[in-house]
Design a protein around this ligand. Structure first.
Ligand code: PHB
Length: 394
């Protein structure tokens, strides 16, 4: 599949070369297309992330057209199957062979880490539209992020828990970058607020079996269990939580919104009702812009957008506006400069690309899962405004 796509690009490069030789006036040629190379997990464990972001890219182009400042924008999407070595190989090919102007995507943190050196060497802006470990943006000065960070969404739920009568918590996270960020920042913020951590449990990223971990949570009898699992794993976890009767044990479940993911929420069903969680995007966010976004996304894709879709959509915006700012010229450093400091209204709410950290600053909402018009949604009921990544301050 990937190989066939690479050959087809080699083919179009050959055609361009032939045209170059036979056209006498260089100025008469239209500018070469501006290429954005998205590397996404279209298969494998995080395939839902790829599907969501692909839907968002298509929606952005359908709404805004594929020409920016007179330049045709070509989006190349390649599947890394959620394997970081594959991400790195594709990124290398995209920079060296396809000569992409921007790299984008990155479904999981290890894929973003694997690609960072290639962005630096190629002076190629790398727009992270999914992965959310705090340190990612520090791995290359060419990285800009439109998704979120785990410290950013975790600190607000730790504040909420401490203010709402929860005194003892067990943390339960996926055992890799974003999970370790969630564990660390939940713990420090909750302890700062006088709370107590009575257990710290980590489950493997690949093929997790939640049963033994859930048994441990039940044995520790905390007031609440705080959970982070990456998008795509929430449904399996929540179902097992219900099957083992933990939802009726008096142990509250609190989480980041990755667990009550809009992509899976209706499949999770009633066990999710009442779960309080914190995140930067809900399909039920009540702004006029979001209502339009959700309606258009659902009409185009036949499924509900989640936080990955919004980060992909905003990623397209950040790249497009940067290209406009350079009057269609592009260039790694010029594009990067034009991405820094962008301020705009996203379907999630107001956002800023912090010029110093190249990370996104955004509102973080506290939400509760409720049924509205027969469907489950994360309904926002409180907000911390303009949250910067707390991971950068430490
Ligand atoms: C990540 O690997 O950084 C990641 C993936 C999915 C999420 C959050 C973080 O929902």
């Amino acid at each position: 599949m990937q190989r066939r796509q690479i050959f087809s690009f080699a083919g179009s490069a050959a055609v361009a070369l032939v045209l170059g030789v036979t056209t006498p006036l260089a100025q008469a040629q239209p500018a070469a297309p501006f290429k954005i190379g998205f590397i996404l997990p279209m298969t494998g464990q995080s395939a839902s992330t790829g599907k969501q972001i692909e839907g968002a890219i298509k929606l952005w182009q359908a709404q805004n057209g594929a020409t920016v400042a007179g330049r045709k924008v070509e989006v190349i999407i390649k599947d890394d199957a959620t394997v970081p070595d594959t991400t790195r190989r594709i990124a290398q090919e995209m920079v060296v062979n396809d000569k992409v102007d921007v790299l984008a995507g990155f479904g999981i943190t290890p894929s973003a880490f694997a690609t960072a050196p290639i962005a630096t060497q190629g002076k190629t802006p790398m727009v992270v539209t999914a992965a959310a470990t705090s340190a990612i943006t520090e791995r290359s000065p060419y990285i800009v992020r439109t998704s979120f960070t785990l410290p950013q969404v975790t600190v607000p739920i730790a504040d909420w828990a401490a203010k709402n009568g929860i005194k003892k918590v067990v943390t339960f996270v996926a055992d890799y970058g974003p999970g370790l960020d969630a564990e660390k920042f939940f713990k420090s913020q909750f302890q700062l607020n006088g709370g107590q951590i009575v257990g710290e449990i980590r489950s493997p990223l690949r093929s997790p079996d939640f049963a033994p971990f859930l048994q441990k949570v039940a044995d520790l009898k905390p007031d609440a269990v705080f959970v982070f699992l990456p998008s795509g794993q929430g449904a399996a976890f929540m179902k097992q939580f219900g099957e083992r009767g933990l939802d009726k044990s008096g142990i509250k479940l609190i989480a980041t919104g990755d667990v009550t993911d809009d992509d899976q929420l209706n499949d999770i069903g009633d066990v999710a009702l009442g779960v309080v969680n914190s995140h930067h995007y809900s399909a039920a966010h009540p702004s006029a812009l979001n209502k339009k976004f959700v309606a258009a996304f659902e009409a185009a894709n036949k499924f509900r957008p989640n936080f990955m879709a919004v980060a992909g959509y905003d990623g397209m915006r950040v790249i497009t506006k940067a290209l406009e700012a350079t009057k269609g010229q592009g260039g790694g450093d010029a594009l990067l400069a034009a991405m820094k400091g962008q301020v705009f209204e996203s379907p999630r709410g107001p956002v800023l690309i912090d010029a110093q950290t190249r990370d996104i600053v955004q509102d973080i909402y506290i939400r509760k899962v409720e049924r509205q018009n027969g469907q489950l949604y994360n309904v926002e009921f409180d907000v911390q405004k303009a949250v910067k990544d707390p991971g950068k301050a430490k």
